[in-house]
Design a protein around this ligand. Sequence first.
Ligand SMILES: Cc1cc2nc3c(=O)[nH]c(=O)nc-3n(C[C@H](O)[C@H](O)[C@H](O)COP(=O)(O)OP(=O)(O)OC[C@H]3O[C@@H](n4cnc5c(N)ncnc54)[C@H](O)[C@@H]3O)c2cc1C
Length: 365
Amino acid sequence: MAFLTTVISLSSISLLLSVLIILAEIRLNNYGDCTLDINDNDRVLTVKGGASLLATLSEQGIFIPSACGGKATCGLCKVRVIEGAGPLLPTEEPYLSEQERKEGYRLSCQVKVKQNLKLFIPEDLFNIRAYQTKITQIDQLTHDIKGLRLSLIEPESIRFKAGQYVQLYTRPYGNVKEKVFRAYSMASVPSDSKAIELIVRRVPEGICTTFVHEELKVGDTVQVSGPFGDFYLRGNANNLIFIAGGSGLAPIRSLILDIIEKDLPYQMTFFFGAVTRKDLYYLDYFEDLSNKHSRFHFVPALSSPAAEDSWSGETGLITDVVARHLDTDSDYEAYLCGSPGMINACLNVLNAKGITEDRIFYDKF
Ligand SMILES: Cc1cc2nc3c(=O)[nH]c(=O)nc-3n(C[C@H](O)[C@H](O)[C@H](O)COP(=O)(O)OP(=O)(O)OC[C@H]3O[C@@H](n4cnc5c(N)ncnc54)[C@H](O)[C@@H]3O)c2cc1C
């Protein structure tokens, strides 16, 4: 009997505590309406408090660049907040330089809107729009890479620079209860303005890539926002080097096709690296392009070709292949896209060949 009384008492106490915690959470998270004063009274928005600044701005149609969708892992969503953001969080510290901290920069995904805020947003970000799109084509490019074509519904067309990216929004599926967004580079040319093409490599357990690879079907509608990013052509040298691995081919394809379409007078060499033949795609496509355009050269390379690959092309790490092809005295500009490991290794090779940092551009993912 005494045991039963103890169990009932403990259960009642824990129930009471749970109710108190829930009530406290509701009270604490209810920040009411807050004001966002943007660019010195240029735009003043009244918003509901409680969400991150990144999400709150996105709700208001102001899209801040972000690749990770709010997990504080990409560091792209910096915004200058001069009042109301609260203290800097440990999650923000790795992404902000001393100077940025002094100027009030914060990761907008980590700042929660709890009170009135004063902030500054670069004017060109106001041109970024949300687009409703329809999936019109899905291609299985390799065992873990899919190509998507999205037709724009509203607005009907998009303006972007070759090399830029969009944020793609998922819808809730399976155990994923909220929509998320991630960055994907446009693989198509800007002149094809009524559609965009994306190349998405599956990441094991990845929320967005599992959605794309398993849930998304032709005919589905999908939201994207953009364009974002500063990975676009500068064109200050005669020879352009492009280096890609995996889905990093996406923005490189857009850049190369745009240059060819505009008949710009650059010599171009595209190094596309993979481990085995099953990781390469668009081989015929780029070989065909190099046969048709004398200024474009294509160098696919495998680091560990399998016996059954019957590979007769370049073999070795992409860094070694690049090193073999480059002279030290030529006038180069380089565009790299792929994993952080590949890019860091290539930077060393390019530097050793005398290509200075201001002539090397990259997107790591
Ligand atoms: C500017 C930019 C452009 C990009 N363009 C493309 C593109 O064109 N095509 C493309 O496929 N991707 C691209 N990405 C990467 C993309 O934004 C996502 O990060 C990626 O698709 C994983 O998303 P997810 O939601 O599936 O994984 P998440 O749910 O975000 O991650 C799940 C887990 O996988 C890990 N993880 C995340 N990304 C990777 C990765 N790449 N490799 C290994 N592990 C990882 C995470 O650390 C986490 O533990 C781009 C990124 C940036 C910054």
